[in-house]
Write a protein that binds this ligand. Structure first.
Ligand SMILES: C[S@@+](CC[C@H](N)C(=O)[O-])C[C@H]1O[C@@H](n2cnc3c(N)ncnc32)[C@H](O)[C@@H]1O
Length: 276
């Protein structure tokens, strides 16, 4: 029974393989197996489901996903971690495939034949770059079924932010216009080894229906212009975008408003007006 597979404590795995955390690779490891099991439960039942884990490191979250019955494909760029991950693959026969490489450079879709859940505890810059990549593009629904990702709490707050707040910006619109992001769990800095300077949180995103007649690229252009000068009125920030001021007039949106006051639906409506 996979759920009962006995494994050595993670601290022993780290010591046995000499895995000192590398600052350059943004390594902050999680060792609390109860916490890891709770994170692995966020996407819902994973029994026999394909999961992409990015940055497994010594394999703490990986073992929680494997115990939940997932079929895990893990991408790790630190080859020092590979022997520890190979031991995990042996303990869960047929459930774990490890790919050595940079997740930012790999074609994830080529790794799966059916929709896959994505779960990751990543360094901040890599996580945000992958997140925006997974959420962009014209094709929707995406080939993945959900995203469950650790972020700095401040970034997580920006993803789920509501209009009118300081945290509300491009990331909120990108994350909310055709998916449902939720702040699933806050994680205290002391849960990590070594502890990072700031608090973290897990965001869970499920794709929703995309509004009709809106190009993703156009929405990106509108939000880029509007939030590029977020303190300015829309009549100023959008004036370089052809047709944008006419779109505001058609929609009855006051051009004296600022970007942070527009709802996600209003951004979508502006982008729809501009989508040929
Ligand atoms: C914050 S640690 C988390 C490790 C483990 N998942 C855990 O929760 O304890 C991030 C991991 O991502 C790996 N990593 C960093 N950048 C990466 C990239 N571009 N592609 C794949 N893995 C990466 C690091 O080597 C490290 O093992």
């Amino acid at each position: 029974m996979t759920g009962q597979t006995q494994l050595p404590p993670l601290r022993e795995v780290i010591a046995a393989h000499g895995l000192s955390a590398s600052k350059a690779l943004g390594q902050n490891f999680l060792f609390d197996e109860q916490l890891l099991a709770r994170i692995a439960a966020i996407p819902g039942t994973l029994k026999d489901r394909p999961v992409l884990e990015v940055g497994p490191g010594p394999g703490g979250l990986t073992r929680a996903l494997l115990r939940a019955g997932a079929r895990v494909t893990a991408i790790e760029m630190d080859r020092r971690c590979l022997p520890a991950l190979a031991e995990l693959a042996e303990a869960f026969p047929g459930q774990l495939t490890v790919i050595e490489g940079d997740a930012l450079k790999l074609d994830h879709a080529a790794l799966f034949a059916e929709p896959w859940a994505i779960v990751a505890n990543l360094p901040y810059n890599v996580g945000t770059a992958l997140f925006t990549g997974w959420l962009s593009g014209e094709a929707w629904p995406p080939a993945w079924s959900s995203l469950t990702l650790m972020f700095q709490l401040e970034v997580a707050n920006r993803i789920v932010a509501e209009p009118g707040t300081d945290a509300y910006g491009r990331l909120a619109v990108l994350a909310q216009w055709r998916s449902k992001p939720k702040l699933a769990m806050k994680v205290h800095r002391s849960a990590f080894t070594p502890p990072p300077k700031v608090m973290s949180a897990i965001v869970h995103v499920e794709p929703a229906e995309a509004p009709a007649g809106v190009s993703a690229r156009m929405l990106e252009r509108v939000t880029e212009a509007a939030f590029g000068q977020r303190r300015k009125m829309l009549r100023q920030s959008l004036k370089g975008l052809p047709g944008a001021l006419d779109a505001l007039a058609t929609l009855g949106i006051d051009p004296a408003r600022r970007a942070e006051t527009l709802s996600v639906d209003e951004f979508v409506a502006v982008a729809r007006e501009l989508t040929a």
